[in-house]
Design a protein around this ligand. Sequence first.
Ligand SMILES: *[C@@H]1O[C@H](CO)[C@@H](O)[C@H](O)[C@H]1NC(C)=O
Ligand SMILES: *[C@@H]1O[C@H](CO)[C@@H](O)[C@H](O)[C@H]1NC(C)=O
Ligand SMILES: *[C@@H]1O[C@H](CO)[C@@H](O)[C@H](O)[C@H]1NC(C)=O
Ligand SMILES: *[C@@H]1O[C@H](CO)[C@@H](O)[C@H](O)[C@H]1NC(C)=O
Ligand SMILES: *[C@@H]1O[C@H](CO)[C@@H](O)[C@H](O)[C@H]1NC(C)=O
Length: 603
Amino acid sequence: MGSSFRFLFALFCAVPALSLPASPYEVKESVHPPHGWVQHSAPSPSHGIELRIGLPQPNFGVLETHLYEVSDPDHHRYGQHLSKEEVEELIAPHPDSLDAVNDWLASHGIQEEDVTRSPGKDWVTLKLPVELVEKMLDTKYHVWKHTKTGDYIVRTTSYSLPIHLHEHVDVIQPTTMFGQFKPFRSTISKVEAAPATPAANSLGSLVNPATGLTIDASCNVTITVSCLQQLYNAVGFTPSAKGNSIGITGYLEEFANFADLQQFFAQQVPAAENSSFKVVSVNNGLNNQSDPGFEANLDVQFAFGISHPITPTFFTTGGSPPFIPDDDTPTDTNEPYLNWLDFILSQENIPLSISTSYGDDEQTVPEAFAKRVCADFAQLGARGTSVIFSSGDNGVGDGDSNPATQTCFTNNGRNETKFIPVFPATCPFVTSVGATDNVAPEVAVSSFFSGGGFSNYFSRPPYQDVVVPNYLKTELAPGTFEGLFNPEGRGFPDISAQGDRFEIIVGGQAFLIGGTSASSPTVNGFISLLNDVRLKSGWPALGFLNPFIYKKGFAGFTDILSGHNSGCGTPGFNVTKGWDPVTGFGTPNFGKLKELILEVTGA
Ligand SMILES: *[C@@H]1O[C@H](CO)[C@@H](O)[C@H](O)[C@H]1NC(C)=O
Ligand SMILES: *[C@@H]1O[C@H](CO)[C@@H](O)[C@H](O)[C@H]1NC(C)=O
Ligand SMILES: *[C@@H]1O[C@H](CO)[C@@H](O)[C@H](O)[C@H]1NC(C)=O
Ligand SMILES: *[C@@H]1O[C@H](CO)[C@@H](O)[C@H](O)[C@H]1NC(C)=O
Ligand SMILES: *[C@@H]1O[C@H](CO)[C@@H](O)[C@H](O)[C@H]1NC(C)=O
């Protein structure tokens, strides 16, 4: 427990009532606990909560306008990304909000030195005993237990604020946030036989009818970096621009292992042998080299294997379960990606493309919180970073591994069945990536189901205004899945990439692993190669990708024409010609995209 926490607790006990809030309390947010969470016990009064207060960003609309202009390939400002300072100015809260929140905190004995603020001052973070938080938010916390996973968290289903504060606060968490950030790896199997790589050509070759490209036949069984280079038309390309960079985020004590990467490089990317990556620790994230993680190794081996020698960084972010109910340490606080966002947005230099293979059912993340986190991703895009997320591995369904028995119950207390979209993949400011398998041709992945569908929180972004209504009108029979999804919502994924039977090294041994967890670092690698092409020609990096992809870039993706994404007891959506909510526009063709991105030159 931190010393500021002890200090505040002592203060709270000694000085129980300073000036009281000026207005009565009213409920700010109220939720139904998501399926699977049951009340367990009362937390210890001294249980530490790392409280985050999100203040409104009155000029976010201006930031959004800038973001769309600098990302629109037809706009003269294309590529003219904003500086850190410009972004911070645009997301700054109104001084009245800062004052109102400060007064309220002071009325509970909390001073400026007790809080930390995000660079834009739009988030206030402070460590407090739950007893004080309950008083400040006029609520009661409980320890909740998940019936399936056995995880514990300390949450409430409702919290209140003095009426005058409502307009000065967007969100306060952890309160109603039950979501858990989970890695999207679906299938792992150990490779018992010798690795496939040395025998890559022994099975002969295949021609992908969709692209005309020739691919080792072994790639239909095992995916290697070489397979992806062949399949996505990047054979022989070596990046050489200065100033390029690529990042992978890791959470939940998933550590990327240096020795495994060397072994992987020796087998799959000999030219990268002896090269390594930088590890950046966020929120005391560890880097335990005795504990290699499947997710972290998959992401690092493939993203950095594809993009070598572009400068690679792995972010290890601390703050994760398991949480022990009687412990006073604040370990189960917010989603760790907020810690990462705080950190990354405070940096002058941010990797130009970053992928994350984690997420959760959108409905487990309260809407106000999801919107604030999504707005943070918009900041990254405005600064010129491509933000890439996996679309999830449960098709249109929920986390129940058997698509036939998924209840897909809504979280509104009525147990209605609805398709379950995945966050952050549904955030309109990220590029979300679904999964394919087979190589000649590629199809929507069938060993699990590519996450896809429509957001219930985020309305359709302008860049989808042609494609998505067209899909709904011409590809879905009238009335199909009516009431099961929000046809006005942001459709996802945007694109896709191979997502199964990736050969990786973990703890010195070869494994095959699958999931949209594999697809997003793959896309990250190829986007990084495209950034190389842009930088070498003297143009800025690609930044927020979607406006480009939906307007021009789609021509550089190979449309996937077969498959569907089962879930909730339905076969899910079908893959169709053009964009669909299973594989988006399809998989990248680097050779074609290389040409397209050089036609987009802005002013
Ligand atoms: C690729 O593998 C799948 C099974 O995983 C098989 O159905 C398909 O026929 C194979 N494709 C080719 C071209 O061999
Ligand atoms: C990597 O280092 C080893 C040991 O120093 C050396 O034998 C090998 O040639 C190096 N490989 C490359 C690709 O530089
Ligand atoms: C590192 O991981 C190993 C293996 O899981 C574990 O035994 C060890 O305690 C960990 N070390 C630290 C510092 O967490
Ligand atoms: C919803 O389902 C859960 C678990 O099956 C059950 O406990 C609860 O009573 C149901 N609620 C309603 C309103 O049907
Ligand atoms: C998907 O395709 C199958 C076979 O053509 C068809 O029966 C089904 O209605 C389609 N589903 C949707 C959601 O369009």
